[in-house]
Design a protein around this ligand. Structure first.
Ligand code: C5J
Length: 226
């Protein structure tokens, strides 16, 4: 039986959520980006700007699981031999320490290191696919599209960090592949408040050029878990 369609209040106009065709995609909620003492903070970023998203994500994830819906997680990072790290990404920023070098939580953005892993509050449950992505977009050089396609998913609720980088890139990639994306603004975060604001505006501008923006309690209500 087809699950019921729920209308989620959103901008630029209400989003018709079809739970059976919708996945929750949680982007890069990794220790190195979010935890005090991680790579993000080492670069001088204010991690509290990202940490405010943890509790709304935790509640949304719990509701999504309780409703029996499909969840996926992503992690940005590279193979330990760095063979999938473009030289341009390695040297970008001219930092003293870059991707692959020793960082505060193991080698920076390398798979298998402590800092690369997902924070405990949002740890993937057994059976929830985790996409290891070498780029900013979750579709680039991954099997995300085929996993979603094989499950009949055509809508995504996209959360995670950072709003203007990996969330925005993924939403744009998804949009070009035909997915409708809904972004709960309280579940995405940027180190920079101005980028948070503009990153969300860019998604919903021009009649929803890349997708819709909402708040997580409205998504929780739409899936019958309020
Ligand atoms: C993400 C980044 N996840 N800002 N990465 O946004 O480098």
């Amino acid at each position: 039986m087809q699950a019921k369609i729920s209308t989620v209040p959103a901008e630029p106009y209400p989003f018709e959520l079809r739970p059976d065709a919708c996945a929750l995609l949680i982007i890069d909620m990794q220790r190195d980006f979010l935890e005090p003492g991680g790579f993000g903070e080492m670069l001088g970023n204010d991690v509290s700007q990202l940490r405010r998203t943890i509790e709304p994500n935790r509640r949304l994830l719990a509701a999504w699981r309780a409703a029996g819906l499909f969840v996926m997680h992503t992690r940005e990072g590279h193979r330990p031999d760095l063979s999938d790290l473009p030289p341009a990404k390695k040297i970008r920023g001219r930092g003293n320490r870059t991707i692959g070098d020793p960082g505060p939580m193991g080698r920076i953005l390398v798979r298998g290191e402590i800092g690369h892993d997902i924070i405990a509050e949002l740890y993937p449950a057994a059976g929830e696919p985790v996409i290891d992505k070498p780029g900013k977009g979750a579709f680039h050089a991954t099997d995300l599209h085929s996993i979603l396609h094989n499950r009949g998913i055509s809508q995504l609720v996209v959360t995670g960090v950072t709003t203007e980088v990996c969330v925005n890139t993924t939403v744009r990639e998804a949009n070009d592949r035909g997915y409708d994306c809904l972004v709960p603004e309280d579940c995405v975060g940027s180190y920079f408040p101005e980028f948070q604001e503009m990153g969300l505006k860019m998604i919903k501008a021009q009649g929803g050029i890349f997708g819709w923006v909402t708040r997580s309690p409205d998504v929780v209500a739409a899936i019958g878990q309020a």
